[in-house]
Ligand binder design. Sequence first.
Ligand code: AMP
Ligand code: MG
Length: 331
Amino acid sequence: MAVKFSDNKYKWAIALALSTIASFCSAQESRYSFEKGMMGSPFKLVFYAKNDSIANVAAQAAFKRIEKLNELLSDYRDGSEINLLSAQSGSGKWVQVSDELFNILAISQDISEKTDGAFDATLGPVVQMWRHATRKGIFPADSAIRDAMSRTGYKKLKLDAKRKKVLLTQKGMRLDIGGLGKGFAAEEAVKVLRSFGIKSIMMDAGGKIVLTNPPPGTKGWNITISNGSDSLKTMPLSHVALATSGPTYRYMEYNGIRYSHIVDPKTGIGLLFHVRTTVISPDGTVADALATAFSVAGIEKSKQMIKQFPESRVWLVEKQEEQVAEWNTLE
Ligand code: AMP
Ligand code: MG
């Protein structure tokens, strides 16, 4: 004899099954969000994890990794590995460095070569000079700019990939990886989260963002990009990195002229025209470095440079007084 369910019984069974699936899914994946001030910027971490304890442990481990990187790579810290390396410039000594420092310098040098030096991690002496000038509100003398500039140049930085050793060929050189450090930190933090089995991640390291899988059941992370004025774009993105460089609170104003914290390696002076650059690349370190490099290069030169980075896309806005020029390959 066939068993017959009433309509109602069916409804109950389906409702029960659905609610079981729903609670199973939510037990599997909840959204977690963490925020912390690091490397002088707000760092935001959003991801999906099975429960609170995994989420908390993973987030703390990710922040700890960034803290460790900051200890090695910050040029603000006297005893950081990068500053100890700079202190040996001109000694003729090949210095053994950590994997982290070596890897970031290797990426930096590669980008320098491909951007004809628009990106340059040896600008430390000039960046230092500008930080001083900004604090004091005094424009540096020509002689000071010339002196700082004479101690820069990415070709004076040599890498030995086999032995992970570095040589700074001239005395008084100073490395500054501020142009790609946050993108690198974001990538490293994502690796830590992945080691906890976390798959859907958005790591925002002060505007340098790395995205992995989309949030469960969605097409991507809704990322809003601005061109600096009122024009905004929201795009669902995943498995990419994006970085924005632009006019922030970090600039110097002198005689009514604004100088950006991004320096033109050819002149040793902060960029004069307002630029805002967003780059999307497969890798966060590269996206970060390119956003800085394209800001320096401007629209016309960047159009040539991007041929070396076929997987990258860019939105570059240049403002000179009332004149605005844009170049957008994001869509
Ligand atoms: P970002 O916000 O990524 O564009 O990085 C800006 C920081 O990069 C500055 O504060 C400097 O520490 C450093 N920097 C400035 N100019 C350059 C440049 N031309 N190439 C590489 N790094 C730079
Ligand atoms: Mg950058």
